[in-house]
Design a protein around this ligand. Structure first.
Ligand code: PEP
Ligand code: MG
Length: 323
């Protein structure tokens, strides 16, 4: 099997009915980078910048951050990299950053909430990213966007840093694209407005699933009661794809479900044409993709989801379809 996946490395990620799909990988440390070539990834769809901070014993300096991001971009070459700004708090603690104990850390003072309150941290990171990407395209996305005002604040912060660096004569990225993660259900009801503020969105299905069903993603006893292949969750995902089409905004998904071939198949059937996963999943997902007639699946899945009297689960439907 491993051999077969390796042999697929240079095979285009194209479905049997000729649709191209971006199969990207998730990364966060320098050790992940060789996998870009080994797995034949189209780029890095999610770079978790907090990992550099989590393995450090003190806050990484601006220069260290810049050097690290430059190394990532260097390894990626022409391939796109989407950097996610710091997603700390919740289960991701920095030993050197004081945080008050919280009863519900996943719902607490974390990610963008913390970043907007303590903009110094985010500003340093943004400058490091912009300097590291001078002369290139830079894609930045922000985690845990819960409402439009947060997105506006993040956008203002980013454009202020960009202007600041310009004023001081730095070489800057020649294009900066800004994205929002869709991982809090409240934003599902503000998609059109959100999409006026960003260039792309990326679904964080791990957190979206957790908050959608109100189950701790790390607690199998409750998380396994629900299925990320269930009609309500699939409808939410489809609404995001449709909003992206309506607003001409790129949509991708970077949660773990993208790396499970059956779930990846569902995502293609829902209209996703870009997904990002752990690098070892790219081979198995590509093996599924090249055998798949996406248009046919899309039509059958749409009919399945529209049937109010369906007798079987979406998972069962997909398993039957796959065989
Ligand atoms: C997610 O929530 O799906 C995601 C990709 O981010 P993380 O797993 O780092 O929270
Ligand atoms: Mg997340």
């Amino acid at each position: 099997r491993q051999e077969r996946y390796r042999a697929l490395r240079d095979t285009p990620a194209r479905s049997r009915d000729g649709q191209d799909v971006d199969l990207m990988m998730n990364a966060g440390l320098l050790v992940d980078l060789p996998h870009l070539d080994q797995a034949g990834a189209a780029g890095i769809g999610l770079f978790r910048t907090e990992l550099q901070f989590m393995i450090a014993s003190a806050m990484p300096r601006a220069s260290e951050q810049e050097r690290f991001y430059a190394a990532v971009l260097e390894a990626a070459g022409e391939r796109p990299v989407t950097f996610r700004t710091l997603d700390i708090g919740g289960d991701k603690v920095l030993p050197y950053l004081h945080q008050s104990p919280e009863e519900n850390p996943a719902l607490g003072y974390r990610a963008l909430r913390l970043a907007l309150d303590r903009p110094g941290l985010m500003r340093t990171q943004l400058r490091a990213l912009m300097r590291a990407a001078s002369g290139r395209d830079l894609r930045i996305m922000v985690p845990m966007v819960s409402d439009l005002s947060e997105m506006r604040q993040a956008r203002d912060l980013i454009s202020r840093e960009f202007k600041h660096l310009t004023r001081f004569g730095h070489h800057l990225p020649h294009r900066l694209q800004l994205g929002a993660m869709i991982e809090v259900p409240s934003i599902l009801y503000q998609l059109d407005e959100l999409m006026q503020l960003v260039d792309f969105v990326s679904v964080g299905s791990n957190d979206l699933f957790q908050f959608f069903f109100a189950v701790d993603r790390g607690n199998a006893q409750v998380a396994n009661r629900f299925d990320d292949l269930s009609p309500p969750f699939a409808k939410a995902l489809r609404d995001i794809v449709e909003a992206g089409r309506r607003n001409s905004v790129g949509v991708t998904l970077c949660g773990e479900m993208a790396g499970r071939p059956l779930s990846a198949m569902a995502l293609l059937g829902l209209g996703f044409r870009s997904i990002s996963m752990t690098s070892s999943a790219i081979g198995p997902v590509k093996a599924m993709l090249i055998e798949l007639d996406i248009a046919d699946l899309e039509a059958k899945m749409t009919a399945f989801l529209a049937d109010g009297r369906r007798r079987t689960t979406l998972r069962r439907f997909l398993e039957d379809y796959a065989t």
